[in-house]
Design a protein around this ligand. Structure first.
Ligand code: FE
Length: 328
């Protein structure tokens, strides 16, 4: 009997570890591969992963809801994380570790997803066209002096939907509508991605653009002589809009306990040392080291009053507002 139960234990637990955990992620493979390997090396728990666009992975999760392949959903932007939780695809967690490591404004109010790295959606200026020391705010970009000087990414991108959601939360719908109307009338063009916004600013096609910090980091690493500089907006008011990459545990996952341990580890100092650095992001964990490039951008005030759950809750309103003012 004793032999039998020992054998059962061995079969049971080895089976879980041999299969490991499965992550569905919209992050690029090179940004997550090494950190997954590090966890495997440390714990013996294999991390399988499937990469794809956030929308497509969410559709996969929906189709597999009753018997999911995935244990963890990892993506970028609170807007995407919120949408997955809103569709009933993520489980609520109870984790003292995650609650301690992840600041409350960077995680779901119902504990269904947690931020794991931070990016700022900042203003970048052409240093030949904008005087050094010029202070800026998201609201300023609606003013007539920026007419024909603003480059914007498409409103279809969740990054801009979350930014506008933050403005709605801060100013209300009508005032935000005025601000975004101003942006649209000042814009030079609408670009398909942040890198093209940066290239247009560098080429002098416009003087200022709104982009995520890591795109600035990537482009400047490749072409350090470009006349571009970050100008942190709203330093005299609520601070720069920040967002996250993050993750949650898939509803009906058969490995809830192991999956939670993995998320907790991702928020730990051991993982945070690397997780954000690969993509030139800011660590979620206070005091975890930043990459040299990120450090070189200097300190800034981030908007910590906006709870990112509201980026999701206000997403529909943000899309409606941008449509109403003709922001394509
Ligand atoms: Fe991105």
């Amino acid at each position: 009997m004793k032999i039998l139960s020992t054998a059962f234990l061995l079969i049971c637990c080895f089976a879980v570890n041999a299969k490991g955990l499965t992550v569905y992620t919209s992050r690029k493979e090179h940004l997550v591969k090494d950190i997954f390997k590090a966890y495997e090396g440390k714990t013996g728990v294999k991390i399988n992963y499937k990469t794809g666009k956030a929308g497509a992975l969410i559709q996969n999760l929906k189709a597999e809801l009753k018997n999911p392949e995935a244990d963890i959903f990892m993506t970028v932007d609170a807007g995407n994380l919120w949408y997955a939780s809103h569709e009933g695809l993520l489980n609520s967690l109870s984790s003292k570790v995650l609650d301690k490591n992840v600041p409350s404004h960077l995680r779901d109010r119902d504990s269904k997803w947690y931020g794991l790295s931070v990016r700022a959606r900042t203003t970048v200026v052409n240093t030949k066209l904008v005087k050094n020391g010029t202070t800026l705010s998201y609201e300023d970009l609606a003013r007539p002096e920026w007419k024909g000087k603003l480059c914007l990414r498409t409103s279809k991108k969740v990054y801009n939907q979350s930014l506008v959601a933050m403005l709605i939360s801060t100013h209300g719908y009508e005032k935000t509508k005025k601000i975004i109307t101003g942006w649209v009338s000042n814009k030079v063009d609408i670009f398909s991605n942040d890198t093209n916004v940066l290239k247009a600013v560098a080429a002098g096609q416009c003087a200022v653009g709104i982009v995520n910090t890591y795109y600035f980091g990537r482009l400047m690493k490749k072409s350090p002589k470009l006349p571009l500089a970050i100008t942190w907006p709203n330093q005299k008011s609520y601070g720069v809009h920040i967002n996250v990459s993050g993750a949650g545990i898939v509803k009906n996952s058969k490995n809830q306990v192991e999956a939670q341990k993995f998320l907790e580890w991702l928020s730990s100092s051991e993982a945070q040392k690397h997780f954000a650095q690969v993509n030139m992001e800011f660590p979620i964990l206070k005091n975890a080291p930043q990459s040299d490039i990120v450090k070189s951008w200097g300190k800034f005030k981030a908007n910590t009053a906006f709870n990112l759950t509201d980026a999701g809750k206000l997403q529909k309103k943000a899309i409606k507002l941008m449509h109403e003012v003709g922001y394509k």
